[in-house]
Design a protein around this ligand. Structure first.
Ligand code: HEM
Length: 394
């Protein structure tokens, strides 16, 4: 019998341990919903089962995002974007903030951009193959960053700075470091919003900068915060899912070969790799009134952490969850969220990952690890810092 205090889910090192899947499975069986004291955020309800995770995520009014959607901000700290950034806003305001960005992420426009994404992925993979030996995490990062910069129409000379700042803003080791990252990104975005309000074009920044709710322009701070949300949400997630996905395939060479021989489709393979990697390990909510979850009384103001990684391995929701079945169907994983806050960038993320994996499978015969991988220390975007490999061309 495992006690709920024996496993500290907020410890980033836990997620890199080989015995973690077993520990999490045991904890899910014994205490699918339980309350623990976390070091940074005080008492938090941890939700490990798929059913209860879905219950929380589906009810965005009861389980509010306004007090923060991620652990690590520190107990009692409310993030600056609360009530103004789409990830940190509840309905109905949430819908208003999502509306101007929605058309850019709809499947149609993403299909339109797919050709460019495919070419970009091919060129990134081509360069990596020419180099022969690379840190695959760095190599794949170039794709989401370029796609994001295209979406925002970021001038060429600013692109490197935007990448560096995104790294710190999302993957800094302490809340202070992460805040400092955002503090650099925000003035840059503010400048761009002001420029494009005066001279709007067809890009996402211009659309958000000139969007009106009830005849009024969105406050400039809200435009910037939402752009920040999109930049940060769209770069690191794809980078880590791509690197972790490729790492998973090198650990399971029979799956790599199956994909290469075209025995499974890319769409179902992507969903399975999203489920398996679940790089966004958790998401946080705060109860807006007293309620009940799995027989527990959740009080208004209680914080509830949904452990997506665990929900995505729940045997009640997935047949043989501990196996990677690239043709799994159905596959209702929560790696891209569920309900009102379902990832706005999901079609774009899939287009990027599909293009990258396809380019890799076409150009590379074998991905040969050349040294130890190191995991990053993040429960926000759990991934790899170093994945040194040799790419043997086909
Ligand atoms: C594999 C890549 C991705 C993963 C795993 C991922 C994961 C997620 C998840 C789990 C959520 C829901 C969070 C919650 O419920 O609190 C979310 C929301 C969001 N994602 Fe993604 N995401 C990815 C790619 C992207 C991309 C490419 C973009 C933009 C270019 C993006 C922008 C956003 C935004 C703005 C939200 C907030 C939506 C809202 O609150 O309405 N994401 N993402």
């Amino acid at each position: 019998m495992l006690t709920t205090t024996a496993v500290d889910l907020t410890d980033p090192d836990l997620w890199a341990r080989p015995d973690t899947p077993g520990l999490i499975a045991e904890l899910r069986r014994e205490a699918a919903v339980h309350r623990t004291d976390t070091v940074d955020d005080g008492p938090v309800w941890s939700v490990l089962s798929y059913r209860h995770s879905a219950q929380v995520l589906r009810d965005a009014a009861l389980y509010s995002s306004e007090q923060g959607s991620l652990l690590g901000a520190g107990e009692g700290n409310v993030p600056v974007g609360s009530g103004r950034m789409m990830a940190l806003t509840d309905p109905p305001r949430h819908r208003e903030l999502r509306a101007p960005a929605n058309p850019f992420f709809a499947p149609g426009p993403v299909r339109g951009a797919a050709r460019g994404i495919t070419d970009l992925a091919a060129s990134i993979v081509g360069k990596a193959v020419e180099l022969g030996e690379v840190n695959l995490v760095d190599a794949v990062s170039a794709l989401p960053l370029s796609v994001m910069c295209d979406l925002l129409d970021v001038p060429e000379q600013d692109r490197e700075m935007v990448e560096r700042v995104c790294d710190v803003a999302f993957l800094g080791n302490t809340p202070e470091e992460r805040r400092a990252g955002h503090q650099q990104l925000i003035p840059y975005l503010l400048h761009q919003v002001m420029l494009r309000r005066m001279n709007p074009k067809d890009d996402l920044i211009s659309k958000m900068a000139t969007y009106r709710v009830g005849g009024k322009l969105l406050p400039v701070e809200d435009v910037v915060l939402n752009l920040d949300n999109i930049v940060v949400g769209g770069v690191q997630t794809v980078r880590h899912t791509a690197a972790m996905g490729l790492y998973t395939l090198t650990q399971n060479p029979e799956l790599w070969r199956k994909l290469q021989r075209g025995e499974v489709g890319m769409d179902s393979a992507l969903d399975e790799l999203l489920r398996w990697t679940s790089v966004g390990l958790h998401t946080l909510r705060t109860a807006s009134r007293d309620t009940e979850l799995d027989g527990h009384t959740i009080r208004r103001g209680d914080r509830v952490a949904v452990w997506v990684w665990s929900a995505n391995r729940d045997p009640e929701a997935f047949d043989r969850p501990e196996e990677i079945l690239l043709d799994r169907s159905p596959n209702k994983h929560l790696a891209l969220g569920l309900g009102a806050h379902y990832c706005i960038g999901a079609p774009l993320a899939k287009a990027e990952l599909g293009a990258l994996f396809t380019a890799m499978l076409e150009r590379v015969d074998t991905i040969e690890p050349t040294g130890p991988v190191t995991h990053n220390r993040s429960i926000i975007n759990f991934g790899l810092d170093h994945f040194p490999v040799r790419l043997l061309p086909r």
